[in-house]
Ligand binder design. Structure first.
Ligand SMILES: CC(C)(COP(=O)(O)OP(=O)(O)OC[C@H]1O[C@@H](n2cnc3c(N)ncnc32)[C@H](O)[C@@H]1OP(=O)(O)O)[C@@H](O)C(=O)NCCC(=O)NCCS
Length: 145
């Protein structure tokens, strides 16, 4: 199930380990202490099974209209089972309920099909971030009646 993990809670701390394993370690990168300490104003979503965090996502308010979706990670043994989609749907409901009409993100090229499957749109050219190709993507969030 998806929930919001308070900053500094056991679930949020556990999600840092997951982000490291899935997003950083394969690229030979580590987290900078300051990066992690500066995430107190972001929304930390976790997908947990019992006490175990198997998926996570951060939502960073950019301004009063835009949320940036970032650090989306699902444990490699739990991928392709709908967990990423559940996190994205929770994020979209959060955006709707909190008055953010747009979600933006930088998608790794390998994850673009995942976002396309949820109707995110590619904007602009491929660019490099953390040493790998990315695309800017976005989605307008509205009540689907
Ligand atoms: C990308 C990632 C977050 C997707 O999460 P997931 O739980 O594996 O994806 P889901 O099972 O929820 O998939 C949702 C949909 O996307 C599709 N999808 C997911 N990954 C895909 C891929 N690599 N290629 C094509 N389609 C994909 C699924 O088929 C599914 O489509 P459906 O709804 O039509 O059945 C996850 O695989 C991951 O953590 N990857 C490594 C880290 C990463 O790339 N993070 C994103 C950085 S921008």
């Amino acid at each position: 199930m998806v929930s919001i993990a308070p900053f500094g809670s056991a679930l949020q701390i556990q999600s840092i380990g997951l982000r490291y394993e899935v997003l950083r370690k394969p690229l030979g990168l580590v987290f900078e202490k300051d990066d992690l300490l500066n995430e107190g104003n972001e929304i930390h979503l976790v997908y947990s099974q019992g006490a175990l965090v198997v998926g996570c996502m951060l939502l960073k308010p950019i301004d009063s209209n835009i949320l940036k979706m970032r650090q989306v990670a699902v444990d490699e043994h739990h991928q392709q089972k709908g967990i990423g989609k559940a996190l994205a749907q929770y994020a979209e409901n959060y955006a709707l309920e909190n008055g953010y009409p747009k979600i933006e993100l930088h998608a790794r090229e390998t994850a673009v099909p995942f976002y396309l499957s949820m109707n995110y749109t590619i904007e602009g050219e491929r660019f490099e971030e953390v040493g790998i190709p990315h695309f800017r993507m976005w989605k307008i969030i509205y009540l689907d009646t």
